[in-house]
Unconditional design. Structure first.
Length: 298
C-alpha cells in the first residue's frame, strides 16, 4: 500500500513538460516497432504486398520504391525526439504544444499502417484525413513559433515538413487507389480526368503550404519525390500514359518553384533589412570637414 502511494506521489510530482517528453518518446518507439511489424520484419504480412499499394492501381499510383521516403522521415522524428530532451528545450513553448501534435501524428500513422495491412480501406481514408489535419496543425504551430537556430530547423521543421508533404501526397494516391479498387468513377469522367483533378488539388494545397514562413522546402521535396515516382511509372510502367506523365512533371515543377521563390523572396528581404540596419549604424558623413585646397592659395 505504501509503495502504491509512493508511486502515485511520484507521478503527481512530474511536470507537464516531463510527461510530454516521455509520451513523445513512447509514441515514437511504438511507431517504429509497428512499422517494422507491418513491413514483415517479425514474419507477418508485408504491407507492400497489398493490392492497394500496387503501382498500377491508378494513374497517380507511384512506384513501390517511393515509400523509402519513410526512412528520412523516421530518422527526422528520432532527431526531433532527441532535440526535445535537450536541457535548453525542456521548457520550450514551441515543444510544449508541438509535442502533443507530433504524438497524435505518430499514433495516427500507426493506425493507418495497420488499417492498410488489414485491408480496412474505409478506415484508412478516415485516419489519413485526420493525419493530414494534425500535420497541418503542426505547420501552423511551427509558423507561429519559428525555429530559433539552424539546428532546431533541421531537427524539427525539416522532418515535420517531409512528414506533411508525404502525407498530402499519400492522401492523393491512396484515395485514388481506393476508388479504383472499388471501381468508383463519379460522373463517368474517367481515370485521366480524376487524375488531373487530384494533381490539381495537390498542387494548389502544396503551393499554399510552401508559401508559408520562409518557404517550406521540405514539404515541396516530399511531394516532388512522390511525383517523380508517378512520372516514372507512367512513362515505363503500367498503365502507361504520356499525358499523365506530362501533367505530373508540371505539377512537380510548380510546387518546387513556388517553395523556392518564397525562400528567395524572404531571404532577399532579410538581406535588404540587414543592410539597412548596418547602414543606419554608420556615422553620418561630415562634408564640412573636407577643406578645399584652393582656399589656402587664395
Amino acid at each position: 500500500m505504501s509503495a502504491t502511494k509512493g508511486a502515485a506521489a511520484n507521478v503527481r510530482s512530474w511536470r507537464v513538460d516531463q510527461i510530454r517528453r516521455n509520451v513523445v518518446t513512447l509514441a515514437l518507439i511504438g511507431c517504429l516497432v509497428a512499422t517494422a511489424s507491418v513491413v514483415g520484419v517479425f514474419g507477418g504480412p508485408d504491407i507492400r504486398d497489398q493490392a492497394i499499394m500496387a503501382p498500377d492501381r491508378s494513374l497517380v499510383s507511384p512506384g513501390s520504391y517511393s515509400i523509402f521516403l519513410w526512412a528520412p522521415i523516421y530518422l527526422g522524428l528520432i532527431g526531433y525526439t532527441v532535440h526535445q530532451w535537450l536541457p535548453s528545450q525542456q521548457d520550450s513553448p514551441r515543444h510544449r504544444g508541438l509535442g502533443w501534435i507530433v504524438t497524435a501524428a505518430m499514433l495516427l500513422t500507426l493506425g493507418l499502417a495497420l488499417s492498410v495491412q488489414s485491408s480496412e480501406l474505409a478506415l484508412s481514408l478516415v485516419l489519413l484525413g485526420l493525419l493530414l489535419g494534425v500535420l497541418l496543425l503542426s505547420l501552423r504551430w511551427l509558423n507561429h513559433w519559428s525555429a530559433a537556430t539552424r539546428l532546431e530547423g533541421t531537427l524539427v521543421d525539416t522532418p515535420l515538413g517531409l512528414f506533411l508533404g508525404w502525407t498530402g501526397f499519400t492522401a492523393l494516391t491512396h484515395t485514388a487507389a481506393v476508388l479504383s479498387e472499388q471501381s468508383i468513377d463519379w460522373l463517368g469522367a474517367g481515370g485521366f480526368v480524376w487524375a488531373l483533378v487530384g494533381l490539381g488539388v495537390l498542387v494548389i494545397g502544396g503551393c499554399v503550404v510552401c508559401s508559408t514562413d520562409r518557404g517550406r522546402i521540405a514539404v515541396a521535396l516530399a511531394i516532388v519525390w512522390g511525383l517523380g515516382f508517378i512520372l516514372i511509372e507512367r512513362l515505363i510502367g503500367q498503365p502507361m500514359s504520356l499525358p499523365a506523365a506530362a501533367v505530373t512533371a508540371l505539377a512537380g515543377f510548380l510546387v518546387l518553384i513556388t517553395a523556392g521563390s518564397r525562400r528567395h523572396r524572404i531571404d532577399h528581404s532579410y538581406r535588404r533589412a540587414l543592410r539597412a540596419r548596418q547602414t543606419a549604424a554608420l556615422p553620418p558623413l561630415d562634408l564640412a570637414e573636407d577643406e578645399d585646397p584652393w582656399d589656402d592659395e587664395r
